[in-house]
Design a protein around this ligand. Sequence first.
Ligand code: UDP
Length: 320
Amino acid sequence: MPRTVITGGAGFIGSHLCDHFVAAGHEVVCIDNLLTGSRDNVAHLEGREGFRFVLHDVTTFIEVEGAVDNVLHFASPASPADFERLPIQILKVGALGTHNALGLAKAKGARFLLASTSEVYGDPEVNPQPESYLGRVNPIGIRGVYDESKRFAEAMTMAYRRVHGVDTRIVRIFNTYGERMQLDDGRALPNFITQALRGDPITVYGDGRQTRSFGYVSDLIRGIDLLLSSDVWEPVNIGNPVEVSLLQVANEVKEATGSRSEIVFRPLPPGDPKVRRPDITRARDLLGWSPTVDRAQGFERTIADFRRRLRAETGAGDSA
Ligand code: UDP
């Protein structure tokens, strides 16, 4: 039975990874300090054979007894709202947390997989972004704390590979959504869905013509699994290449929820990338991966989850 450590395992993506690897028969050690993760996300796994939750901040030494086969490093706040709320924690988990997670992989002779991000490309001048694009990041901008911490984490991962021979993988994750995103996460989709279901104004930043490419979480998890079991050490983009404007997304959420909310425009945060779309040639060619869930399906599932949690939270219905 492979033993897999998942840092940030109680977060949005981390908890889906825990589900996936428990189902695949791994013994999973989920480590999280619950800064942005939630015990609710893994409550259904607790007490199950092969799953253990450890409350720990990975910016300090990570102690795991026994053999470890895989270390998946997913701990980090990741919402742009967190870039302002938690900038120092983000830098620490990207730097110190990555160092500790790599140290654990080295000590155990485990394979290491880093959760990196499309943010390493910054506000890109090429669209779509291939892995070979070196990016355009402002180190002193508000987003710099996340972008630079992930760029540092990639560099540290490569250094451990080159110096210590750790067997490493790097996934560059593009905008991903799905069940268990925090209701108050602050990213576009959680905001739009929560606002639409509450009947509050749907807040589009800027003129809404900026684009993103939204991938559903199950497609991401499948891509990560394929990458982990491949021998591809180069960074691999995983994301849905269908690009869409934020104004269109707001309209689709309004439609899918049946909401009467109005769409309102708010100032665009500084440094907000104008376009973002993954070039997934590498994932296709090397992993045989491509996304299978489109926005209509993914939005429906995500909205159902938000509706259920909002009802549980307020003890009441929603306006839509
Ligand atoms: N955005 C928006 N309304 C919101 C939250 C975000 O229009 O309530 C915009 C944001 O300015 C960005 C896009 O949606 O252009 C995606 O933002 P998100 O926070 O989801 O993540 P990002 O892709 O910027 O890291």
